[in-house]
Design a protein around this ligand. Structure first.
Ligand code: HQG
Length: 191
């Protein structure tokens, strides 16, 4: 599978599980899961070159841990279920465990476009079109997230320790992504 095709499959699967399941004939349950087999069928309907093994590889080897898959039956009768681990715009409840202070770095980071700053100073970080605000564990990861929005992104530091101390919920999703409902401006350190 070429890098380009791998990226296209990853983008399609992310979109299908986060944003437009209905458009590709999928129905997520309230926890965001779909039958794995149905996802593979949806991919095959959209990409004539795609093989089931490509879908399996994209899901199993995602560098950011974007996907979660339940165990399959060893006798092949059930391929289990799959869901996106974060990033949803559709309304699902992933029922994640809230982390406690020892599991969260004191500081988390968020990369954004300079153009968003004045609004973020006023209203803090809001989920916008998604269900949660997404934060990164390192400045570098946040910068990469910000580069999706601007060539010279700004990295904001978020006082995660203070948020947790104030009873705000932070969960870890995927390998390097933290989510929370919103981040009021008081918890944000602007550059
Ligand atoms: C901005 C990727 C104005 C926010 C990443 C961001 C992430 C505001 C944009 C995940 C604002 C929303 C999500 C406010 C927030 N005023 N702008 N009050 N509050 N914003 O794409 O965090 O690679 O929905 O700064 O790694 O960039 O797809 O969120 O610029 O984990 O797996 O509104 O997507 O993961 O943009 O990215 P997005 P995001 P994947």
């Amino acid at each position: 599978l070429s890098g380009d095709r791998r990226r296209r499959l990853s983008t399609f699967v992310s979109g299908a599980l986060r944003h437009f399941p209905g458009d590709v004939g999928l129905e997520l349950d309230e926890r965001g899961w779909v039958e794995y087999e149905n996802l593979v069928d949806a991919v095959e309907r959209n990409y004539d070159w795609a093989e089931p093994s490509h879908v399996a590889a994209v899901i199993a080897t995602d560098p950011k841990g974007r996907f979660e898959r339940t165990a399959e039956e060893s006798d092949g009768t059930d391929d289990g279920r799959v869901r996106a681990s974060y990033g949803h715009s559709v309304d699902v409840d992933l029922e994640s465990e809230a982390l406690c202070a020892s599991d969260v770095p004191d500081e988390l980071y968020h990369g954004t476009a300079p153009a968003n700053l004045s609004s973020i100073r006023e209203e803090g970080l809001q989920p916008m079109s998604r269900q949660h605000v997404h934060l990164s564990g390192t400045r570098e990861a946040a910068r990469q997230v910000g580069e999706r929005h601007a060539s010279a992104p700004v990295v904001l530091a978020v006082d995660a320790a203070a948020m947790l101390a104030d009873g705000r919920r932070i969960t870890k999703r995927g390998r390097e992504t933290y989510t929370t409902d919103d981040v009021p401006p008081d918890y944000i350190r602007f550059p």
